[in-house]
Ligand binder design. Sequence first.
Ligand code: URA
Length: 488
Amino acid sequence: MQPAQLDLARYTVRLASQTDFAGWRDAARRLTLNEVRPEDISWGVGSDANDPRDALPAVPEGAQLTVPREFIAHAETAFCHSDPGRFAFLYWMLCRLRTEPKLLAIASDPDTRRLEAMEKAVRRDSHKMHAFVRFRKIGYGEDEHYVAWFEPEHFIVERNADFFVRRFTGMRWTVLTPYASADWNGERLAIGPGAAKGDAPDQDDTEALWLTYFQNIFNPARLKVKAMQKEMPKKYWRNLPEASLIPDLIAGADEAARDMIARLPTMPAPHHAKLQAKHWPKREPAEAPDDDANTISELREAAKGCRRCPLWRDATQTVFGEGPDDAKVVFVGEQPGDQEDLAGKPFVGPAGKVFDAILDDAGVDRQKVYVTNAVKHFKFEPRGKRRIHSKPNAGEVQACRWWIGRELELIKPDLAVALGATAALSLLGKAIAVTKMRGQVIEREDGLRVFITIHPSFILRIHEPADKEAERERFLSDMREVKRLIGS
Ligand code: URA
């Protein structure tokens, strides 16, 4: 067990901040290589004009610190724990590991257990932060900015900021917490000082929409009060607008469960509604938009108002094809996914990343090809806050074939590539067995050659690494064949 820290420490280490892991690492390395005992060090946080680390002993010449590599990863996570004794504890662990390199594998050791518990608490807090940060809008138009107040238990802002950058890349936002803030201006992430709850707005005009949304997604038939409170502990409720609804929703759950059977699907989340409003045309377009488009950009414009099937209602926007309008090859996917729906561009999500990487390996330049989808609106099932992809049916594919037909008429490619069964159905007008026909070229009545292959998301769904790699290789050789067929 770690000894109690003595007041009369020989060395004082002042870290630059609660999350200054680099500073701790540097000090710990110097101290342990000089065989300084844990009880001879006092650890703290706070800047000082004279960096006391200068007063720490230098690393003795030729001395090398060897500790199991995984310790650094464990220590970096545990370092975010709010326990003020963590700096000393991690140093104590470091010293033990120098003589007991297998220590981390001894699950019964109290120090190993403490390290694991600290990491678990940090990970759990991070998970809660991902789930319970609620942005409120301030400003309009150019000044639009989203601000959230969150009270983490641990020092986790820095390690989670990238998550919010990825999730809300297109927004300008700030997350305020008592010890630090993260600010994204659309291009750059800045970590700043902490704030007070009063610095964040406590309401905005999207709040009513969010509350309605929450009421709609609340599934009374699946209500398990204990499980819910474990997932959403009460301490987070004070900063969650929807928490005020929970007692009533629980009380009315039985009745609501009966009603729910007849209820319509949920509304899209508030940020979808906002994006949707931005993309909805000023006037209601006719069922079939005027067909006077002479260029791909005119056609794209017309497609914004497409009402050929009901999918436009819940989708954020039409996701039209992208690429040069004289491309030699047109790749056709199934339908936009969640990320494509928000970005308004095809193949920018996980399947798009796989697709891009393999095209690149095959020497096909994505900038020179045209990429589109059989169905131009995202079809999904709302599940909680997530929107789960739902396969378009034959009627929806048929309704959208009109757009593909016009895209092909205007681009006049040498080859179309059907990525999966839905694309093949759209391009050929009949269902085919993709696994049987893969790698083959089918010539349509109008002379267009259609190359058949799988959808790249198929590779994403394979878990077994060897099978995944084999499938990737097959798709890569399909893409090389496409390159050969277009003579590039
Ligand atoms: N899957 C598709 O078929 N198309 C996209 O745009 C994204 C994922």
